[in-house]
Design a protein around this ligand. Structure first.
Ligand SMILES: Cc1cc2nc3c(=O)[nH]c(=O)nc-3n(C[C@H](O)[C@H](O)[C@H](O)COP(=O)(O)O)c2cc1C
Length: 176
């Protein structure tokens, strides 16, 4: 896409029916992650995120996006590292806790300590320890690109699924 075409996309009038657009985007199935980090002053931050995606294998890069209006935005903006937790089936309570406003999202949770003192959640389906490489403007979100320094997975744990605005279990069945 050329820069001119990109400008056209950005300045095109937004779809009138934002609800319908949100519903249509919700037809795309994702997992559910919690991204955690820690500011230079030691304040922990964490947020439930389904915009996580793999980006590159060589170098190993991942991305996710955060609303510019999120209360966690200033903390993630200054953080040099973050940890992505791919939540497992049964961890929907954690997903809800890290999406709630105005609470201590880490309260009552069993936590380990990860790189740079970042709080790490146990029992997840996969975990990616990343250093923040780039930040890009993405409309009302900021896109974070991180380089994966270390990762871990639990192949026996099914991931939590997000579809059409709700959390689901992976249905058992034959692979296609
Ligand atoms: C399943 C799920 C996925 C979410 N994905 C994102 C996301 O990718 N980016 C984002 O900015 N907020 C996402 N949110 C919303 C945030 O978790 C959080 O609720 C929102 O940022 C409000 O937090 P605040 O009070 O800190 O502003 C998601 C929420 C849920 C439940």
């Amino acid at each position: 896409m050329t820069l001119v075409a990109m400008k056209e996309v950005v300045t095109a009038p937004p779809p009138t029916d934002a609800r319908a657009l949100r519903d249509a985007l919700g037809r795309f199935v994702t997992g559910v992650t919690v991204v955690t980090s820690r500011t230079k002053t030691g304040k922990a931050c964490g947020v439930t995120v389904n915009s996580f995606a793999s980006l590159s294998l060589d170098p190993p890069l991942v991305l996710w996006s955060l609303s510019l209006t999120s209360s966690s935005h200033p903390a993630f903006d200054e953080a040099t590292h973050f940890v992505v937790h791919v939540l497992a089936d049964g961890q929907e309570g954690i997903a809800r806790q890290f999406a709630r406003s105005g609470i201590d999202r880490f309260a009552g949770l069993e936590l380990d300590v990860g790189p740079e003192g970042i709080p790490v959640l146990p029992g997840v389906a996969a975990r990616f320890e990343c250093r923040t490489l780039y930040r890009y403007w993405g409309g009302d979100h900021v896109i974070f690109v991180g380089r994966v320094d270390a990762f871990d997975q639990a192949p026996d744990r099914d991931p939590l699924v997000f579809f059409s605005g709700g959390m689901r279990q992976l249905a058992p069945g034959a692979a296609l």
